[in-house]
Design a protein around this ligand. Structure first.
Ligand code: MEV
Length: 415
């Protein structure tokens, strides 16, 4: 049986086997255990309750030769099925090839009112680079693990309020998202930067434009599976996105459907991911597609994606939220770079499937099938009856609970 044909227990059994989950892990998944109120209350202000999303599993992902089952948490129907479908077609040509850069984040220290010549101040900061890196690294154990603050650079910017000196720390945060450690380092060097420059330090904060933390994934989608017309259609759809910002935002939104669903499942900072991705899409000065589509000599569709991804497998909620911890366990990831490779591959698969559906039947048909299933369930259909009722609801184009009950009665009286 295929994964989606299994019932919940069957799916949990596959996960157990795939990721060597313990009975306790399965219990946590079965109960959907999240954080408790005490923890919620310590995390945000004025806490009163929780909101939860469904957690589903995307299948068929073969990335750099490794098999993955990918947890995705999202409220939107069709996304998980679409990712799985894209991955299924990609694996016919060997799956995804992905690479993520080392986890280098940028921290910024803003210096204003530089009394000296600002160019001179910049030179003096650069002359004190080793000392400043040493102060930054004294705040974390990263340097002992071969990472930490690696480099420092300066730039002078012209702003509406005059020239400012910006000191930037480049920090390899290894397997963390890195916000905490980078902010701590920026704060740590601030007073020394002030004394070197005779200026006034204002902001000390990481940049969410993780432009050095790029991930790239590519895949081939077999022409015979995609269909020749659809290959051409996808190239036309890509051209549309590249030429028109209104389409391009929606195109990239489809990419982010996949990336953010994995980010939700693993408790990443989704706002940082979105902000960084869209800034990257604008890097040429024009908003553009995060994916690229072409055709090889075989006529296969070739897709690639490139974006910055600041994601972590340690720190934050990644290891304290029970479901996030289990999502990472199901992914069997060993590093933040590997997680980024998975997320980029899911984004590419998602974009492929959205475009494939759009150039063929449109996306509403898939949505309607899922909607019909939901309505059949609400009407009380279960097991094999559920599929039959859902199919008829969709086919007959009358997707209401009332009609579902009518169909159930008819089926009941026929049998
Ligand atoms: C819907 O959430 C995402 C799509 O609109 C993406 C696209 O149009 O490429 C289907």
């Amino acid at each position: 049986m295929r994964f989606y044909e299994l019932d919940r227990e069957g799916r949990l059994a596959v996960l157990k086997e795939h990721a060597s989950l313990t009975d306790e892990d399965i219990k946590i998944l079965r109960e959907g255990s999240g954080i408790d109120f005490k923890m919620a209350d310590s995390m945000v202000e004025n806490a009163v309750s929780f909101i939860s999303y469904p957690l589903g599993i995307a299948t068929n992902f073969l990335i750099n030769g490794k098999e993955y089952l990918v947890p995705m948490a999202i409220e939107e129907p069709s996304v998980i099925a679409a990712a799985s479908k894209g991955a299924k077609i990609a694996r016919l040509r060997g799956g995804f090839t992905a690479h993520a850069d080392p986890s280098v984040m940028i921290g910024q220290v803003q210096v204003k009112d530089v009394m000296k010549d600002v160019e001179k101040a910049m030179e003096e900061v650069m002359n004190s680079k080793d000392e400043l890196l040493c102060i930054a690294n004294s705040k974390s154990s990263l340097a002992r693990k071969g990472a930490g603050a690696r480099d420092l650079r300066c730039k002078v910017i012209d702003t509406a309020r005059g020239k400012m000196l910006i000191v930037e720390l480049l920090v390899d945060v290894k397997d963390a998202m890195g916000a905490n450690v980078v902010n701590t380092m920026c704060e740590a060097i601030a007073s020394r930067v002030e004394s070197i420059t005779n200026g006034k330090v204002l902001l000390r904060i990481l940049s969410n434009y993780a432009a050095y933390r790029l991930v790239k994934a590519t895949a081939r989608f077999a022409r015979e599976e995609v269909g020749d017309d659809a290959v051409e259609g996808i190239l036309d759809a890509y051209a549309f996105a590249e030429a028109d910002v209104y389409r391009c935002v929606t195109h990239n939104k489809g990419v982010m459907n996949g990336i953010i669903a994995v980010a939700n499942a693993t408790a990443q900072d989704t706002r940082a991911i979105e902000a960084g991705a869209h800034a990257y899409a604008c890097r040429s000065g024009r908003y553009s597609s995060l994916t690229h589509w072409g055709k090889d000599s075989n006529g296969d569709l070739v897709g690639s994606i490139e974006l910055p991804l600041a994601v972590g497998i340690v720190g934050g909620l990644t290891s304290t939220h029970p479901i996030a911890r289990l999502s990472l366990k199901i992914l069997r990831v060993g590093s933040a770079q590997e997680l980024a490779c998975i997320m980029a591959s899911v984004g590419l698969a998602q974009n492929f499937s959205a475009l494939h559906a759009l150039v063929r039947e449109g996306i509403q048909a898939g949505h309607m099938r899922l909607h019909a299933r939901k309505v059949a369930m609400l009407a009380g259909a279960e097991g094999s009856l559920l599929n039959e009722v859902a199919e008829r609801l969709a086919r007959e184009g009358n997707i209401t609970v009332e009609h579902a009950r009518q169909i159930m009665q008819e089926i009941g009286s026929d049998s």
